[in-house]
Design a binder for this molecule. Structure first.
Ligand code: AFP
Length: 315
């Protein structure tokens, strides 16, 4: 499907790609439903109310009208797909169970609109999806069978993996997702770094790590949106993202089920690594649905260096 430079020779849409990769039928259906739902989310972002909804989520954060709308769009699509047994959303406080029509079914954890604080300033935001087999939402990230995200930037792109490489799609004029690049890889280089969290709250190890990155001449590229920041690493094939443990906030900010697990799955599939500074993100056993963890994610070499510097810090 691609030439020797990795560019697409002819347009392959998402469904066809999933079929040609022999992805299980109901998983194909599920991924395509989510891709379809994203078209309605895009429309809401472009034309919808940018104000607050007057409600809060499980983390006590004010929900935007858009957060609530994106959440409803996804929940409805997943429910009526007939292949989903349960869902959990960052915007809701409990697992919701459905009655799937098929025995071959899945459970989905999602962040319908990550980067709410970037909505009013019109920066890139995204939808993040984690998929497990059956009705199993509280397992380790290693149990995921697929993960994907949709990035709403100047262009809309979709990245997915079903455990067989990471593949990038772009939305065309007909609002169809067509293949941009197959088998995205992250090599050993760093080059760019995206450091989240307030620097004056960094621990000694994290501060040393960031200074080393700066001394290596890495360029600062932090957008404040997890989806564009990880997309940058996958598309450029290099870099490191961190949202570390902070003084007074040892668990960091990012959420295991909705943000870290799916992104760690994609990054590992691309040949990179994702760690909380001590162990792979995908091996963490979540204790609650709102569990958070520090994260160092991207080029393997850089994640290993971060671990060397922070693994023994008291948190
Ligand atoms: P919001 O959804 O509350 O805007 O959080 C976005 C996010 O979860 C993630 O997209 C970013 O990587 C991270 O927060 C940015 O956090 P800071 O604002 O602390 O840099």
């Amino acid at each position: 499907m691609t030439d020797e430079r990795g560019t697409t020779k002819f347009q392959v849409d998402l469904r066809r790609h999933l079929r040609e990769c022999n992805v299980e039928r109901n998983l194909t259906r599920l991924i395509c439903e989510i891709a379809d739902a994203s078209k309605y989310i895009i429309n809401s972002i472009r034309t919808g109310d940018l104000g607050v909804a007057g409600t809060s989520n499980l983390y006590g954060e004010k929900q935007l009208a858009l957060d609530v709308l994106a959440d409803r769009i996804l929940e409805k699509r997943l429910k009526y797909s007939g292949v989903v047994a349960s869902v959990i959303s960052e915007e809701q406080d409990e697992i919701i169970s459905f009655e799937p029509e098929h025995s071959e079914c899945y459970s989905v954890a999602y962040d319908p609109l990550d980067g709410s604080s970037l909505v009013d300033v019109n920066l890139a935001i995204g939808t993040i999806i984690s998929i497990c087999k059956g009705d199993a939402l509280l397992g380790k990230g290693r149990d995921q069978v697929a993960a994907m995200y949709i990035l709403y930037g100047p262009r809309t792109t979709l990245m997915y993996s079903t455990g067989n490489g990471v593949h990038e799609f772009g939305m065309n004029q007909l609002m169809e997702y067509t293949l941009v690049k197959e088998n995205i890889t992250i090599d050993g280089d760093t080059g760019i770094y995206s450091p989240g969290g307030q620097r004056n709250l960094y621990t000694e190890g994290v501060e040393r790590y960031v200074r080393l990155l700066e001394e290596q001449g890495c360029k600062l590229r932090y957008s404040g949106g997890f989806v564009p920041d990880i997309n940058q690493i996958l598309v450029k094939g290099k870099g490191i993202f961190l949202y570390p443990h902070l003084k007074g906030k040892p668990e960091g900010k990012l959420r295991l089920l909705y943000e870290l697990n799916p992104m760690a799955f994609l990054v590992e599939q691309a040949g990179g690594a994702a760690s909380d500074g001590r162990m792979p993100i995908l091996d963490i056993e979540p204790e609650t649905i709102d569990a958070c963890a520090p994260v160092f994610m991207g080029s393997k070499k850089e994640v290993a260096l971060a671990q060397e510097l922070v693994a023994n810090e008291t948190r």
